[in-house]
Write a protein that binds this ligand. Structure first.
Ligand SMILES: Nc1ccn([C@@H]2O[C@H](COP(=O)(O)OP(=O)(O)OP(=O)(O)O)[C@@H](O)[C@H]2O)c(=O)n1
Ligand SMILES: O=C(CO)[C@H](O)[C@H](O)COP(=O)(O)O
Length: 435
């Protein structure tokens, strides 16, 4: 078959904006008004991750100290219109999963045991809703099925999938194909190639009227259970339901290989680095530095506030990055107050919080002369707060009245600050760097 040139809409034009995966910002943005019927979720997480090649199944691999599956659960749990999230795990991982649920305070999760294939695991998950005695898992109108290893799923897509499933009986997210699909002969030669523009990659999430997908699984064959990989196909073949297909973003991809874990980590770090709060204090020089720093942190959305002790703690919920400017060496009290507040509102439970303590040196003395005592105190504080998932770094900057020198120092301060926030490297906590 002659290959036709694809139109641009048939090809993935770019790898996608990282902003699309900002789970926190979009949470309940569209509200639950559109969904006035019960919706539940099944997350198959019973695989062994053979292609990842690690001893730990990929859904339990950690990114920033948190298992991948917890990110996926959170993407659903944060939405008020979503009820129970059934997580299907292999029997041997039951306790591990319960620990994750407890540690990250997942409140909507019910854990059930999986099967030897993905379809068997999904069917087990669906059966959790068929028990008439379990009040924790009432039968939903619509059930969303989503692989536990696709951590980035936004509310707007979930809404579209859910409403289309309610209307049509089944719905699924699709993406343009990156590569052309070809058929090979048994001898390893090209048989034919498919016209790429006509085909799409089937992704997750998928949504179904519960009765339809449950019935499809009840009717499907052993062959389907053993070798099938497409739930939409079961709904079509066994219930005659044609799924509505909905274009999804590129961030829906499935974590499959080791490099995908690195990509997922990069997306999470990038998203976490988009904003910061600068706490300037009242001294004129510190305020001047805060403003100059704000100008240099161009890629970040920054707020400057005078004091971390403010009774209004709204600033805390806006970001997980804090830059605390202090003109006194060894004055960590403001930092300590802030960390206390993080504990009070559980701010570092899901993501590590970064605190950069900037010591503005107003004396003409080299900061080296202060080093031993302050450094020891700073390191000890950093090793204390890291236990609560707070990463504390220090940067010293010398105040100077020479404009070019000052500008260069502030630029360096901004560069180091951005690097620390982006990397969230635990090994560098407790270090006092020099801008
Ligand atoms: N018996 C199985 C097999 C897979 N899955 C889940 O189905 C999702 C998608 O499957 P896949 O990416 O193939 O995961 P694995 O089977 O773990 O990976 P691999 O195929 O590389 O072994 C994953 O969340 C996986 O845990 C499951 O619940 N039960
Ligand atoms: O993309 C999908 C659409 O249904 C599934 O995640 C995929 O088919 C699962 O297959 P496998 O477990 O072999 O990776």
């Amino acid at each position: 078959m002659q290959q036709e040139r694809c139109s641009s809409s048939d090809r993935p034009l770019d790898p996608g904006s990282l902003l699309e995966c900002d789970a926190e910002r979009s949470a309940d943005r569209l509200g639950c008004a559109a969904v006035d019927f019960p919706v539940a979720v099944v997350l198959p997480a019973g695989g062994s991750g053979e292609r990842m090649g690690l001893a730990t199944p990929k859904q339990f691999c950690t990114i920033l100290n948190r298992p991948l599956i917890s990110f996926t659960i959170q993407a659903f749990e944060r939405l008020s219109w979503i009820g129970t999230v059934v997580v299907v795990v292999a029997k041997e991982n039951h306790d591990l999963m319960l620990n994750i649920v407890q540690k990250f305070n997942h409140t909507k999760v019910k854990v059930v045991h999986g099967g030897t294939t993905r379809h068997r695991s999904i069917f087990n998950g669906l059966q959790a809703f068929s028990s008439t005695t379990d009040s924790l898992t009432p039968k939903p109108k619509v059930v969303i099925i989503h692989d536990a290893v696709r951590p980035f799923v936004e509310e707007d897509l979930l809404l579209k999938i859910t409403l289309a499933a309610k209307e049509q009986g089944a719905s699924g997210a699709i993406r343009p194909l990156v590569s052309t699909v070809i058929a090979t002969t048994s001898e390893g030669y090209l048989d034919h190639s498919l016209e790429r523009a006509k085909y799409r990659a089937s992704e997750m999430p998928q949504g179904f009227l519960y009765d339809i997908i449950f019935q499809a699984y009840q009717r499907c064959s052993e062959f389907d259970f053993e070798f099938g990989s497409e739930c939409l196909h079961l709904a079509l073949q066994y219930c005659g339901t044609n799924a509505k297909l909905i274009d999804g973003p590129p961030t829906l991809w499935k974590v499959t290989y080791k490099r995908d874990l690195a990509a997922a980590e990069a997306i999470i770090k990038e998203t976490l680095s988009m904003s910061a709060c600068i706490i300037a204090g009242a001294e004129a020089e510190a305020v001047e530095l805060a403003k100059a720093l704000q100008k240099n942190l161009k890629m970040m959305e920054t707020d400057v506030i005078p004091c971390a002790k403010e009774s209004n703690t709204e600033y805390l919920s806006k970001t997980r990055n804090f830059i605390h400017i202090s003109t006194t060496a060894s004055n960590f009290s403001g930092t300590l107050d802030m960390v206390k507040r993080f504990e009070d509102i559980d701010h570092a439970r899901l993501y590590p919080v970064v605190v950069v303590w900037v010591q503005l040196n107003m004396t003409n003395q080299s900061v080296d002369s202060q080093k031993t005592e302050e450094l020891r105190a700073f390191r000890s504080l950093a090793s204390e707060v890291i236990l609560g998932n707070v990463l504390l770094y220090g940067i010293q900057i010398d105040h100077t009245k020479v404009p070019e020198q000052w500008e260069r120092s502030v630029e360096r301060l901004a560069e180091i600050t951005v690097a620390l926030i982006r990397d969230r490297n635990a090994a560098l906590t407790g270090q006092l760097l020099h801008a």
